[in-house]
Design a binder for this molecule. Structure first.
Ligand code: PGA
Length: 226
């Protein structure tokens, strides 16, 4: 419509992303504001459980996460891949190996994100599926804290590849070639199917569908109730 053409819409976009999204979401927001300069953005960054609560309490209209809940009912658009890699300190002996068997993880010191983290949930599901029993050495409340603790030699951890520099050595860590890693996950853009989206939010959904982020998103034409 004419208003959209001239970028004259006013309003506020309320969106919440899990902590791993902070590494890329600014690039989308930047491009979205190029098209919709009149819309003010309010981005919340939280772990998975907190983002789910925001959806439940109508504290946000849109959310980006990799493990959406059963309730409330959600519409979803698949976004980029989110590979979860196993990392150790730079110079870790496994880093040079071609492949390390999963069972090598048994008894290894592991660092975990806090309860409520989707990264933690995916990691625990993986360990449980394969009957692996590393030793929990520390629980840390952010991806950055995990990264620095791994670099400092406190233990191994599973982290979104997007939370690391292109060359992980710049973060003082190495990606370890343990069988079964990376754990392949994907982010989704979700919103409540029992709510009517604001104009700002609808524009954001359209924008993401027209500009698939990362270049490796699945076809996004098929948003559907989940
Ligand atoms: P989180 O993010 O660990 O901060 O909850 C996980 C995700 O990528 O969904």
């Amino acid at each position: 419509d004419l208003q959209a053409l001239h970028g004259l819409e006013r309003g506020r976009l309320r969106i919440a992303g899990v902590t791993t999204t902070e590494y890329f979401i600014a690039q989308w927001l930047r491009r979205y504001t190029d098209h919709h300069p009149g819309i003010e953005i309010e981005l919340a960054v939280d772990n998975r459980d907190a983002v789910v609560r925001r959806l439940q309490q109508d504290d946000t209209e849109l959310a980006v996460m990799m493990m959406p809940p059963q309730a409330p009912p959600l519409q979803r658009v698949p976004l980029m891949r989110n590979p979860l890699v196993l990392i150790g300190p730079l110079g870790h002996p496994w880093a040079g190996a071609r492949r390390v068997p999963r069972a090598a993880l048994n008894g290894q010191p592991m660092l975990m994100r806090e309860a409520g983290s989707g990264t933690r949930l995916a990691t625990e599901a993986y360990l449980h599926t394969h009957g692996l029993t590393p030793t929990l050495r520390a629980t840390l409340g952010s991806n950055e804290a995990i990264k620095h603790a791994v670099a400092a030699g406190l233990g191994l951890a599973v982290l979104s590849r997007h939370a690391l520099a292109d060359d992980p050595a710049h973060d003082g860590v190495a990606v370890l070639p343990v069988a079964g890693f990376p754990i392949e996950r994907r982010w989704l853009l979700v919103w409540r199917s029992d709510r009517r989206l604001s104009l700002a939010a609808r524009r954001f959904v359209e924008f993401v569908q027209d500009h698939p982020p990362g270049g490796d998103a699945a076809p996004t034409g098929d948003s559907r109730a989940g």
